[in-house]
Design a protein around this ligand. Structure first.
Ligand code: MG
Length: 365
């Protein structure tokens, strides 16, 4: 923070510029989950500039039950808080988060600023974030690609589409919780397995689409078929059912829609096996790190996920990826028009580069 030197005025000097720019991205394959279908999105590109260095962040909208953060709300909140942040240096991350929380800035907007501050710091230090955190890229596991809810034939075709795009894909995540019931879920999963017999690791995400009885039955059925873990089988509003499922399920249960931030990790810690961390939900890399430490201290597994994010946001989490057990950072692979380049996708893994900060650049720039 710098104090204005105009003698006697006592005002903070404006040192940090924040710029917002919305942009549209389109999916190669529309994605259907238990809550609906998306074929593209409007995201927000956030830049923080200070001292000739620019830090980059991104936000995308999401909704979970009655909790909605659309891009207009995210953008408006940043326009509102930007004058309050301008007095600070990008190095004052803790203070900046205090200001944003006091101003009720939603988590996706806080995340965009947090990413930009980390990117700025890495560029200032001339170091990539994974190196600043002392992490080893060799520990990064392959990312999964997502197969949305579909007919059995449609799902099998989508598996072939993905493997055609990249034969090195090693992990699949299958969306279940079909409105047609668990028989439709079972038929689709069998079709996916038949279309990819060589895939060793497959997980299932029901996006809260099952009631307790179906969730217990499906946990046994999926365990028999070698599924690795089960994500958000129950609706977040049905929290009373989490403990009985936890006690009976032979599969590890990961919470996504039920787990936004550190407080949720502590609250759910005795009735789940792991958490799915997403930047838009939690408020950025700062909170993601706290969630990882908290989850580990409770003996929980850690996975990272995404919404309709470009490679910018997935690269941000890729820097922390050596700390995660499972990675679902595939949204950018399903974009036709990602404006950015960042972490490199090779041998099924998303590896951050040696470039400083996030290491994200404009495509072709
Ligand atoms: Mg999920």
């Amino acid at each position: 923070m710098e104090i204005g030197l105009g003698l006697g005025d006592g005002l903070w000097e404006r040192v940090m510029q924040i710029r917002l720019q919305s942009f549209t991205v389109s999916k190669r394959f529309a994605l259907t989950i238990s809550r609906g279908t998306t074929s593209g999105s409007v995201n927000l590109f956030v830049r923080v500039e200070d001292g000739g260095i620019e830090g980059w962040g991104e936000a995308s909208g999401f909704s979970i039950g009655d909790h909605e953060q659309d891009i207009q709300r995210i953008s408006r909140s940043l326009q509102r808080v930007a004058p309050l942040l301008a007095a600070h240096s990008p190095l004052e991350r803790d203070r900046i988060h205090q200001v944003m929380r006091q101003a009720n800035v939603p988590s996706a907007a806080r995340s965009a600023i947090d990413l930009a501050l980390y990117d700025w710091m890495g560029k200032k230090a001339l170091l990539p974030l994974w190196q600043i955190w002392g992490l080893e890229r060799e520990r990064i596991v392959p990312i999964s690609v997502t197969i949305g809810i579909n007919t059995p034939e449609g799902a099998a075709q989508r598996v072939r589409d993905w493997l055609g795009l990249d034969p090195e894909i090693q992990t699949l995540k299958v969306k279940l919780g079909s409105p047609l019931g668990i028989e439709a879920d079972q038929a689709m999963l069998e079709a996916v397995r038949a279309a990819a017999p060589h895939i060793q690791k497959m997980s299932v995400d029901a996006n809260g689409g099952w009631a307790l009885e179906d969730a217990i039955a499906m946990s046994y059925w999926l365990a028999d078929r070698g599924i690795t873990y089960l994500e958000q089988p129950l609706n977040r509003a049905d929290e009373a059912s989490f403990l009985p499922l936890y006690k009976q399920s032979p599969l590890p249960i990961f919470a996504d829609e039920s787990c936004f931030d550190c407080g949720d990790v502590v609250r759910l810690g005795d009735r789940i096996h792991g958490i799915n961390i997403k930047l838009n939900k939690c408020g950025g890399l700062t909170e993601a790190l706290s969630m990882i430490r908290t989850a580990r201290s409770l003996g929980l597994g850690v996975m990272f996920g995404c919404y309709s994010d470009t490679v910018l946001m997935n690269t941000a989490l890729a820097h922390l990826a050596p700390l995660a057990d499972h990675l679902d950072l595939d949204s950018h692979l399903n974009l036709k028009d990602d404006p950015f380049e960042g972490a490199i996708f090779q041998h099924g893994k998303l590896i951050p580069t040696e470039r400083p900060g996030l290491g994200v650049v404009k495509r072709g720039g």
